[in-house]
Design a protein around this ligand. Structure first.
Ligand SMILES: C[S@@+](CC[C@H](N)C(=O)[O-])C[C@H]1O[C@@H](n2cnc3c(N)ncnc32)[C@H](O)[C@@H]1O
Length: 431
């Protein structure tokens, strides 16, 4: 399994240099075309685990190093091995031996014997002194929660009653949640289909069915022909809250990769324009719609200006704006370490351009649903409050309680839980 460690170390190293894990992991895997499916699966698990608990693991490694380590690859390999020693069920001495072997496979310029000796010494020292370090680090929040300190501070201020539970929820493995296309089958029929295939599942609300254990996408009954999609339950509230009716003109303004686009079309036959500024991501929307056998007008354009607008107002607008993604860290563990505190301000500035621009395109009496997958207030209610002050023709509607079955929320802010990620919803109506 040293190959899995090597792949994971490469992926982690790339993320710590600023690359998204969704790009880093495939790149790291591509360097080992002969790795078995089991080794590839293990590499993915170890990469996610290491980044999920990076705050904690990095603190241990800092205690173990007498001086900074100049080779990033060895640093990442040590992080990976310490993750396995702290959180994995793997045998400790096997992990150490594999790491020593893995480092010996690194190409120059690191001298092999020196690197092997160093990895062996550090990991054995870790095994000896783990409890001593644990006692020393016990009161450090970055170690306890594995988030950057600025992130912890922000949540502590913004959610005095929930911040710890939110941080802990973000470190859990997310469930696999499906969205059933109820135009094609009923929830009960689909649950029976799953039962016949020995897949344990449970309906939690709306069109959402949670699997007791994740299943490979290609093995999900009905996935390939569009009967179901994979989508977090929190994300599934968007299309429902948008309150679409047949025949309406609807704009999905920041639509890629199209998770919510498909859901809107499954709920009502509307005239949907699905827009995104990223042409490459827009291709994924088309692929998703093809799988679902649905169609929309796809448009590559900027939601922050109206150059593309044909002067025909929309009855509904979904503004699923770019954001820090701080509410979906259990699925995107790298976000915690890629984001900087200043990013909150720059995303808020982008959102503050998009929201008023989209507002001009909304018909009188129409509704705009403002959505983020963030838990930071600057991007959420604070953003909406500023908008409302400058737009007397806008009012924020209460959200229908019956949509929020099994949802933990505070005024439209979903508090990340086992059932869902941390989305924010504000429904605005034009007078
Ligand atoms: C949160 S994601 C949308 C997720 C999508 N609604 C879904 O459910 O699958 C935000 C999207 O906004 C797009 N985006 C960012 N800035 C934009 C802009 N100025 N105009 C239009 N789209 C933009 C990004 O390319 C990204 O695809």
């Amino acid at each position: 399994m040293y190959i899995s460690q090597q792949i994971a170390a490469d992926a982690v190293n790339q993320v710590l240099s600023g690359r998204n894990l969704t790009l880093a992991l495939p790149a790291a895997l591509a360097a080992f075309p002969n790795a078995t499916p089991q080794q590839r699966g293990a590499a993915a698990d170890i990469s996610y685990g290491t980044l999920r608990f990076y705050g904690e693991i990095n603190a241990y490694l800092t205690c173990l190093l007498e001086k900074p380590l100049s080779d990033d690859r060895i640093y990442a390999l040590l992080l990976v091995a310490i993750y396995q020693l702290l959180h994995d069920k793997a045998d400790a001495f096997t992990v150490v031996n594999q790491a020593v072997h893995a480092v010996s496979q690194f190409r120059k310029p690191t001298p092999k014997q020196w690197a092997k000796g160093l990895v062996n010494a550090i990991l054995r020292n870790f095994l000896r002194k783990k409890d001593e370090f644990a006692a020393k680090l016990a009161k450090t929040e970055v170690v306890t929660y594995s988030y950057p300190q600025w992130w912890i501070n922000k949540l502590e201020i913004q959610y005095p009653d929930h911040w710890q539970a939110m941080l802990i929820a973000g470190n859990q493995h997310p469930p696999m949640t499906l969205r059933v296309n109820t135009k094609r089958t009923s929830i009960d029929e689909y649950l029976q289909l799953l039962e016949r295939q020995d897949i344990v599942a449970n309906h939690i609300g709306g069109q959402a069915v949670v699997l007791a254990k994740p299943v490979a996408v290609e093995k999900i009954p009905g996935f390939s022909d569009g009967v179901v999609s994979v989508q977090d339950y929190g994300a599934q509230l968007a299309a429902q809250l948008l309150d679409v009716k047949p025949g309406m003109r609807v704009l999905d303004a920041c639509c890629a990769p199209g998770g919510k686009t498909g859901h809107i079309l499954e709920l009502a036959d509307v005239q949907l324009t699905a827009m995104d500024s990223d042409v490459t991501r827009l291709q994924r929307v088309q692929e998703n719609l093809d799988r679902l056998k649905l169609s929309a007008k796809l448009l590559a354009a900027d939601a922050a200006n109206a150059e593309w607008y044909d002067e025909q107002p929309f009855d509904r607008i979904l503004a699923d704006v770019p954001c820090t993604a701080s509410g979906i860290v259990r699925r995107h563990v790298d976000i915690k370490w890629l984001r900087r505190e200043a990013d909150v301000t720059s995303f808020a500035a982008q959102q503050a351009k998009i929201l008023p621009n989209l507002w001009q395109l909304l018909a009188k009496g129409g509704k705009l649903l403002y959505v983020t997958c963030s838990v930071f207030n600057e991007e959420n209610q604070k953003q909406v409050d500023k908008f409302l002050l400058q737009h007397p023709d806008a009012k924020q509607l209460p959200l229908p309680v019956d949509t929020f079955k099994n949802v933990t929320q505070l005024h439209g802010q979903l508090i990340p839980s086992t059932a869902h990620d941390g989305f924010f919803y504000a429904l605005l109506q034009k007078n």
